[in-house]
Write a protein that binds this ligand. Sequence first.
Ligand code: NDP
Length: 330
Amino acid sequence: GREVRLVARPVGEPTPSDFELAEAPVREPGEGEVLVRNEWMSVDPYMRGRMSEVESYVPPFRLGEPMEGGAIGTVIASRSAAVPEGTTVQHELGWREYATLSAGRVRPIDTSLAPAAAYLGVLGLTGLTAYVGLTKIAPVEEGDVVFVSGAAGAVGSVAGQIARRLGAVRVVGSAGGPEKTAKVVQDFGFDTAIDYRKGDLERQLEDAAPGGIDVYFDNVGGDHLRAALAAMRTHGRIALCGAISQYNATEPVPGPDNLLLAVGKRLTLRGFIVSDHMKLTGEYVQRASGWLREGSLRAEETVVEGIDNAVDAFLGLLRGTNVGKMIVRL
Ligand code: NDP
């Protein structure tokens, strides 16, 4: 089976030569293990962090070894009674066509609720991230005005829709380019969307939410966070989810120069990592699969075909070639 290895630590924007597609032997499962034929794998912005040699909440990838990440596949050989052959499972050994691992490290998924690929996106970590951010970290209250950056992406597109469901009266998004901003409004139900490539975010945000915003869901950081701080109303809440505008930075990035506004406005800024909130998975999957069935939650995927294109999918994700969740069909 083929696997994708990291062979050089990227400096700035990663390039194809930082990766290698290699053939590796498929290992038969030992006692208590299963062999999975991977059918889907996830590419995610946090993987950029794991490519650098820095301590973080996840350890760096090792050079010369296959990378890891969310994957879904079918058990094709099993030496565990708990996970028989034929089970569709989710696990963390992506970036490869075959994975042999302990049965305790795979989770069977219920494909009667939604197609398998949904468990890497709207019913998986990115959907849960949106839900946690707006229910636990920066809770949306009835009547709030909510701003979501990265609004055409996997987390952002779901966050905007969840904000509305939680009682937001106005939901503003931001994304790169006119196609994406149109999509955010037409398909993901935001009231309006800002094209950040046009610049002057502060002004654009003021026009989009003239009375200010109560909740900001930050996927982007940098200028977006600065503009949001300027637009926040008193007692506003900011969920610090990510800062994709800075992931390829080669030097430390200064914080927003208007942070002092948080004092006078009595703001709450709170960072979070979705993996600390996995106990909400059951509740979330139950609710979100219901919303998907009744058509009140719309999720999209951008599907790239084949492990030989997985690196391109990841590089494209960082540049914004995706709408909704970027996934690879293996
Ligand atoms: P997305 O589907 O949103 O894909 C990334 C998007 O980032 C691209 O589509 C692109 O959209 C946008 N982007 C790239 N560069 C820039 C830039 N310079 N300024 C503004 N936007 C940019 O990815 P995810 O939904 O998976 O992740 C979104 C964010 O959430 C990331 O910051 C990620 O790290 C974070 N995250 C955090 C988690 C947590 O536990 N805290 C869990 C999961 C994700 P465009 O074309 O609009 O520029």
